[in-house]
Design a binder for this molecule. Structure first.
Ligand code: MN3
Length: 272
């Protein structure tokens, strides 16, 4: 595949994405987590982009990793990727994961923590925050929802992914969707037809596996289903590697990246 590297174009494409939280996810001087861990300071630009009501927390975050506050533990933390940044090449580049994990996901964590403070959901589980804030607190929901989605997204992929689907999960896919090929076709079609930013999904609803799509930070959690596989179709997930070829990205995801063992793990949990 072609693999052009033009981050300036990527930023301009991201600026076109509609989620209100996204506007400050692409600050070029924002420090990824590993820079915090090396003891580097966050830039004034990144701090200036944060909500104005948390001045002392901003000052602290300049010298401390975002997941290690001085006193009260924060609710959301950025996990390390379960593989090296270059481990998913050629299907997903090192550069994509550096932006997507180190910058975009970090911003959902940082903003989510700030927006969670003082709300009725402080101290709740992430799933309860996502479900509870949906339709009630858009800023918190967008960031908590995206944190939930991305936590799993990294684990839904692995180097040398795709391939054979574990037997019990394969049977459930055939029961719900007719065949593995039909599942792949429907999943890709859901991702292709999601207008604008969002996700496509396999989820369990009423004991059956279904295909779904959702906008922005939403997921099947908000429609009474349990996600077991999701693919991020925000442009930040594929534009560096695939440009406008979202169908090619989705095909590469389902054929070469999916960690079916983790999908099965989520399926088992969903049917309990
Ligand atoms: Mn994303």
């Amino acid at each position: 595949m072609s693999n052009p590297k033009q981050p300036t174009c990527v930023r301009s494409s991201q600026a076109m994405e509609t989620d209100q939280g996204e506007a400050y996810l692409v600050q070029p001087n924002e420090s990824p987590r590993r820079d915090f861990l090396k003891g580097l300071s966050a830039s004034a630009v990144a701090l200036a982009a944060m909500p104005a009501h948390s001045g002392s927390a901003q000052a602290q975050s300049a010298t401390r990793p975002p997941n290690q506050p001085e006193s009260k533990p924060m609710s959301f933390t950025l996990p390390d990727l379960p593989y090296a940044h270059d481990a998913l090449q050629p299907f997903m580049s090192k550069e994509t994961l550096e932006y997507h994990h180190d910058k975009h996901h970090l911003a959902y964590v940082t903003n989510g923590n700030n927006l969670l403070k003082g709300t009725e959901w402080e101290g709740n589980s992430l799933e309860d925050i996502v479900k509870g804030s949906f339709g009630k607190n858009a800023g918190l929901f967008n960031n908590a929802g995206q944190h939930y989605n991305h936590l799993h997204f990294w684990k839904w992929m692995k180097p040398n992914g795709g391939g054979a689907i574990p037997g019990k999960l394969e049977k459930a896919i055939i029961d719900g969707l007719g065949s593995v090929d039909a599942m792949k076709t429907e999943f890709i079609q859901a991702g292709v037809t999601q207008f604008g930013s969002g996700w496509c999904w396999l989820a369990v609803k009423d004991g059956k596996i279904i295909v779904a799509k959702s906008a922005n930070g939403e997921s099947p959690l908000v429609s009474g289903a349990k996600p077991i596989l999701g693919c991020d179709v925000w442009e930040h997930s594929y534009y560096i590697d695939y440009r406008n070829r979202r169908p090619d990205y989705l095909k590469a995801f389902i054929e070469n990246l999916v960690n079916w063992a983790y999908v099965e793990e989520m399926y088992e949990a969903a049917i309990k």
